[in-house]
Design a protein around this ligand. Sequence first.
Ligand code: ZN
Length: 621
Amino acid sequence: MKRAFAVIILFFAVAAGAQSTLHERLTVDATDAPRNILHSTVTIPVTKGPVTLVYPKWIPGNHRPTGPISNVMGLHVRANGQEINWQRDLIDMYAFHLDSPSGATEVEVSFDTVTYNGTRSLASSKVLDLLWNQVVMYPEGIGSDAVQVTASIKLPQGWKFGTALVPANGARMQPDSAVFQEVSLTRLVDSPLIAGAIYRQIQLSAPGETPVHYLDMVGESESALQITDKDLASYKQLVAEAGKLYGARHYEKYDFLYTLGDQTAHHGLEHHESSDNGSPEDTFSDESAHNLEADLLPHEFTHSWNGKYRRPKGLATPNYQEPMKGDLLWVYEGLTDYLGNVLAARVGLRSPEQFRENAAYTAAMLDHRSGRTWRPLQDTATSVQLVFGAQSEWVNWRRSADYYPEGFLLWLEIDTLIRRQTNNQKSLNDFCKLFFGGESGPPIVVPYQFDDVVTALNQITPYNWAGLLRERLDSKSKRAPLGGFENGGWKLIYNSEPNATMKAAEKSGDNLDLSFSLGMIVGKDGTLRDVIPGYPAYAAGLGPGMKLYGVNGRKWSKDVLRQALRASVNSKSPLSLLVENAEYYNTYQIDYHGGEQYPHLQRENAQTDLLEQIIKPMATR
Ligand SMILES: [Zn+2]
């Protein structure tokens, strides 16, 4: 760890030495948030010579060039009260060249940002999720650490807010507006703000305990924020479990920002001192939603250590215009996927059975991923800009952001290998403490590369880790790596019993997932969402985008299709599907007799149950 700290001191010294600090003032008028438009004014110091301003393009946590530049409107630049003309760069759509602001020492830039992004928005009648990168500009070429910003916000009347930012003068003058203490642009962008008419803050840390942790919630209704006593106890336990796992904390206080509503985006975005989470309105009351969302806060909290404090070198960029490299996302996101699921089970947000059903579904999905024969796991991370957000048709053949779920399998295998190698004296918990622990304090970034991960694993227990990792990352094997289950005393099996995670997902997304029988996924209206090459539906000629109308001569419904699958076991005739493809109807015969098939984990008694040990709490309850 000492070597890593020396590296980072040098990193910041270079950045700070190269550029003098610049002070910006940012005012955000969010009173129009309910109609999804924000008005911002940025005052930026300028010196003699050409001035180019940039709008953030590469967004941390997104790992991609997703800054919503097409949503920037009404742009005006003024100096000494006079309008100044701007011209967009011919190549870089995020850069604006200004006419010389003769004699002026600062320019005032005003513009609007629309927060509606098609299917889901960042604001509604009742809530706002404010991402500062969407409402700010800064001079081209400067590092985001060298820009200091004093930000202020005005909200709709009566709205309250939660954020990791600290209000200036230590007090909030009005509930619906605030001026924040000056912070670097890096820290501002890393500290989103949620606001809403219905707001609730609960302290998760015990009184007097530091650093303090808060759960800040906004929602579409009062009932959305009615967290159960059991969940509240779990989130308090999450703070304790993470402390035990990593042994240090790299923040001064932490805010779990949680938006509960169906009008705004369901997502999670990690930050050093907060996480920005969005879930369905009924998450605390509906069993299916609760099961599906259970690892969201544990996942994003984990990122404070894995992703923010320790960050792949290619993602630790000096500002938001510098391209990012995603090649180590199988650590940044893959290990976080694993730890988020493990922590959710350790704190009781998921039962051991739910943890196993979720793991079985993940494994089965990847074990039926036809694209793995051409696209290795490594490439799903390297091409994050392409796979993330790609259309859902042919996703099985294309592959998706598989470094998340396959990261779960990979790190489970590593965890069980360490446990077996060391006769259960050590585990991945020790790696986490070594790699993500260090000394507690305010946010810093310690970049790493592939070899640093291998070195740390070897410090826990010597093994050919580099060889194993490269084999898993570069493999074009048709089958998913299931060694973690085998080492851990479990086996992936299929039977006609529904899988609990799939059942919850069907209730929430309304798709019928027949991946493990016919090899296809059917939407609520009969549209085939995806078809898996190499499986029966594909062999019969079906493809995604086609629409199902009839099953064995009867009008299609989920129940009719399920019944036909069950009957296929004792039938000699093929399944007959009437399907529309771009205005033409056709009947497809699927020669399938395997019935319904869903994945589960089955205990192999010859081996010790390592899964049970992995999800055992570390902290006292
Ligand atoms: Zn993540």
